[in-house]
Design a protein around this ligand. Structure first.
Ligand code: NAP
Ligand code: ZN
Ligand code: ZN
Length: 351
């Protein structure tokens, strides 16, 4: 049986998000039904609501940093019970039979992952809707366990900001002795600092915002470099094994390339689109340097990250907001004025 639930949706790129009643698809035998308690606000929600990437299908209910409580399970569900605290991130299904899915990298499914919002469901074709809503129904394979002891509100951003920075840290084998830089201190950036530090790396923040230094150090940065200051950039020449670039908009990568060590990599996770100005290959070739990209992380890897955060007491630094305040939150996000992730208390949707 479909259920009718309340959420918040954007109806077009130019209309503010507002209340929206919609149907969730039928629960299936391998589904977990979840009452949503908290949902983080990712810059991708804003890009999608405003159609920055040109492929939004309206109405869209954003939200892919979901933490909630299990209210029902299908007969084939084995890993979860009613009452469990669970999470859902950016994807809710994939083909589950290609090489990427076989390798536990569902985010790189050859047949395209089903995103938590704005994707057609693989079985009935209905549009998925995200976490700015009362409840969600998700295939067990794509549901995560929230470790006991983690603050549920601070855990929500781990489902996207956490895994998106964790996955490149693990892929490029960051550990004690690694020199890592994070570009941009927002939702992703602050998780990058915390996770890289907890993995034992020496961590630097690149920021264009003077005034974030104190926070950056508290969050785990050993050093802070103002990216607009040529002398500060020159002082870190040849230093980093890995730079995770979380900047959401097009920006010049040329000043960052010389800060890579030999064989170092800049991994882009923020901006989607052509790089401008064009990147010169010469400093890449002469230093065996790379510019790469990465998207979220696999389900097993997401659980590994959550368990690591549980063991190390790592959660996101958050500002809790009411659902009705989402547009004000977006406006502050556009000004890089978030400390460091907004999380919606979904009880305010029901109020
Ligand atoms: P956010 O909280 O808004 O943080 C972005 C940070 O980037 C800002 O705090 C700011 O840091 C810096 N910044 C913003 N605009 C800039 C500009 N025009 N030039 C230079 N720096 C700028 O955003 P977020 O939620 O962390 O998301 C970051 C990006 O990652 C978004 O584009 C989002 O869509 C994308 N994303 C990708 C994935 C993936 O899987 N690849 C997953 C989640 C999100 P400073 O003030 O310190 O400079
Ligand atoms: Zn996200
Ligand atoms: Zn696949």
């Amino acid at each position: 049986m479909t259920i009718s639930i309340r959420g918040y949706a954007a109806q077009s790129a130019s209309t503010p998000l507002g209340p929206f009643q919609f149907e969730r698809r039928d629960a299936r035998a391998d589904d977990v039904s979840i009452e949503i308690l908290y949902c983080g606000v990712c810059h991708s929600d804003l890009h999608t609501a405003r159609n920055d990437w040109g492929f939004t299908s309206y109405p869209v209910v954003p939200g892919h940093e979901i933490v909630g409580r299990v209210t029902a399970i299908g007969p084939e569900v084995t890993k979860f019970q009613v009452g469990d605290h669970v999470g859902v991130g950016c994807m809710v299904d994939s083909c589950l039979s290609c090489d990427a899915c076989d390798d536990g990298e569902e985010q790189y499914c050859r047949h395209g992952l089903t995103q938590t919002y704005g994707s057609p469901d693989r079985i009935d074709g209905s549009m998925t809707h995200g976490g700015y809503s009362e409840s969600i129904t998700v295939k067990e394979r794509f549901v995560l366990k929230i470790p006991a002891g983690l603050d549920l509100r601070g855990a929500a951003p781990l489902l996207c900001a956490g895994i998106t920075t964790w996955s490149p840290l693990k892929h490029w084998q960051v550990g004690p002795g690694s020199k890592v830089a994070i570009t941009g201190l927002g939702g992703l950036g602050h998780m990058g600092l915390k996770l890289a530090k907890a993995l034992g790396a020496e961590v630097t923040l690149f920021t264009r915002s003077p005034g974030k230094e104190g926070d950056a150090r508290r969050l785990g940065a050993d050093a802070v470099v103002l990216s607009t200051d040529k002398a500060q950039m020159a002082a870190v020449s040849g230093r980093f094994d890995l730079i995770i670039d979380t900047v959401p908009y097009v920006h010049d990568l040329a000043p960052y390339v010389p800060t890579l060590a030999r064989s170092g990599t800049i991994v882009l996770v923020g901006y989607l689109g052509p790089l401008e100005p064009a990147v010169n290959s010469v400093p890449l070739i002469l230093g065996r340097k790379a510019i790469a990209g990465s998207v979220i992380g696999g389900i097993a890897e997401t659980q590994e990250m959550l368990d690591f955060c549980g063991a190390h007491g790592i959660a996101s630094d958050i500002e809790v907001i009411a659902m009705a305040d989402i547009e004000a939150a977006y406006a502050r996000m556009l000004k890089s004025d978030v400390k460091y992730r907004f999380v919606i208390d979904m009880a305010t949707l029901k109020a």
